[in-house]
Write a protein that binds this ligand. Structure first.
Ligand SMILES: Nc1ncnc2c1ncn2[C@@H]1O[C@H](COP(=O)(O)OP(=O)(O)O)[C@@H](O)[C@H]1O
Ligand SMILES: [Mg+2]
Length: 412
């Protein structure tokens, strides 16, 4: 599905933007702080319902608008053609009276003019975004990798997206109950219902993440061979929770050792497991862990504790990789995501690259340019036109961004 037109009102430094986008490639040049990342952020938000940046949602609303009486930001996109054409709309409104942490932001979604839930926005316009800070996918905390998997998988599968929202709901309820049982006592049998909910929705997440990481591993390893001229072997490993290979109550050290040896061998974590068998194992481990969870007053088991490991030739890139190696692995992952989405949905996603060329050497640049050439539609930002050859620019629409407004550059 391609993005034909984007409208922004009071989104970050875009007070008003009307932008028509062609097929193929758009290159946007601008100095630092002009609005390159903001624009790609807006498209990502409209496609996934989430900002790729870890900022408070009120930051998304234009500062001047925040001073006005009814602060809001509006994002709208026209996607698809003919009978598949759709209009996506997201409005962020500052709620007049928020919680203890100040005013909150209310999100309203409309599709073709009709009000819909936030979750319904995802999967209409699929995007793959690559930011310079994506190196933190390899080097950062596990939560970033889970967020990454969730955003990619939600775009691919509405089943996954629904399971994720049900899982999070069950997790919050179960945590509240565990806290109550710890602090006030009561019948632990009350947990049975939430155990079943957690295992049912959690097993969908575990099963899909497992398949996705194996597919990403296969494709990323191939991409990585190209990026490193065959010098290094990248391996992506899924570290699910519960770990099916662990005994019910292993010590953390045992789990670590078991995971590391499996990773080094490159063996899949769940070998051909069905969702049902994962669900059963999950439920069994929850029962065995019950007393410990009540003592802790919180949920100790489940995919909200999953992780993903990147190894090169058997060693962990997160701990031992150079920044260059981590960046290359992140790039291989993003390129693999592009292929995975194409394989799973039969459509090429919109590729968004934010100022990544300047940090890459010639081989990596070539690979990125090839990916751009293969994409049905791509939007790329840069500070410097010379990151691209004239041949690439001649085929592209070229725009310049200054203080949140876009101008034709007259190159294309
Ligand atoms: N809510 C907001 N309202 C107005 N301006 C904003 C808001 N949030 C960020 N900005 C401005 O946006 C600019 C950064 O835009 P960004 O897209 O990150 O720049 P770059 O072109 O370097 O990628 C900064 O000048 C910042 O002051
Ligand atoms: Mg930027």
């Amino acid at each position: 599905m391609r993005l034909n037109h984007l409208s922004l009102t009071n989104f970050r430094n875009y007070v008003r933007l009307e932008l028509s986008l062609p097929d193929r490639l758009t290159v946007i040049q601008g100095a630092n702080g002009q609005g390159k990342t903001n624009l790609l952020e807006a498209i990502h938000l409209l496609a996934t319902g989430r900002s790729p940046r870890a900022t408070a949602e009120r930051e998304l609303i234009n500062w001047l608008a925040l001073e006005g009486p009814l602060p809001y930001a509006r994002l709208a996109g026209d996607i698809g053609e003919g009978r598949t054409a759709e209009k996506l709309e997201l409005v962020l409104e500052l709620a007049a009276n928020g919680g203890a942490n100040g005013p909150t932001v209310r999100k309203q979604v409309r599709i073709n003019g009709a009000p819909r839930r936030g979750i319904d926005l995802v999967g209409h316009l699929r995007v793959v975004l690559f930011l310079p800070e994506d190196i933190s996918l390899v080097a950062g905390a596990p939560a970033e990798r889970r967020r990454y998997l969730d955003i990619a998988l939600c775009q691919i599968s509405t089943t996954y997206c629904r399971a994720l929202s049900e899982y999070n709901r069950a997790l919050a309820q179960r945590n509240a109950l565990l806290r109550r049982l710890r602090d006030e006592g009561g019948d632990p049998g009350q947990l049975n219902f939430w155990d079943a909910q957690l295992a049912e929705h959690g097993s969908t997440l575990l099963h899909r993440r497992n398949m996705a990481v194996h597919a990403l591993d296969r494709i990323a390893a191939e991409r990585h061979r190209g990026l490193t001229a065959g010098a290094e072997r990248l391996h992506l490993g899924y570290l699910p929770n519960p770990d099916p290979a662990a005994q019910a109550l292993p010590s953390p050290r045992q789990v670590d050792a078991a995971r590391r040896s499996r990773l080094a061998e490159g063996r899949p974590t769940y070998q051909a497991a069905t969702r049902e068998s994962i669900q059963e194992g999950f439920l069994n481990q929850l029962r065995a862990l019950r007393a410990r969870e009540i003592a802790a007053g919180t949920c100790l088991l489940g995919p909200h504790r999953d992780d993903m490991a990147f190894t090169v030739d058997g060693y962990d890139l997160r701990a031992f990789g150079s920044r260059g190696q981590q960046r290359t692995a992140a790039l291989a992952l993003k390129l693999a995501e592009l292929d995975l989405m194409r394989e799973e949905t039969g459509e090429s996603p919109l590729l968004l690259l934010d100022d990544v060329m300047s940090e890459l050497d010639a081989v990596r640049r070539r690979t990125v340019l090839d990916a751009l050439a293969a994409a049905d539609q791509a939007i790329v930002t840069t500070t410097d036109w010379s990151d691209f050859g004239e041949a690439v620019l001649a085929q592209a629409r070229t725009l310049r961004v200054e203080h949140g407004s876009l101008k034709e550059d007259g190159r294309g």
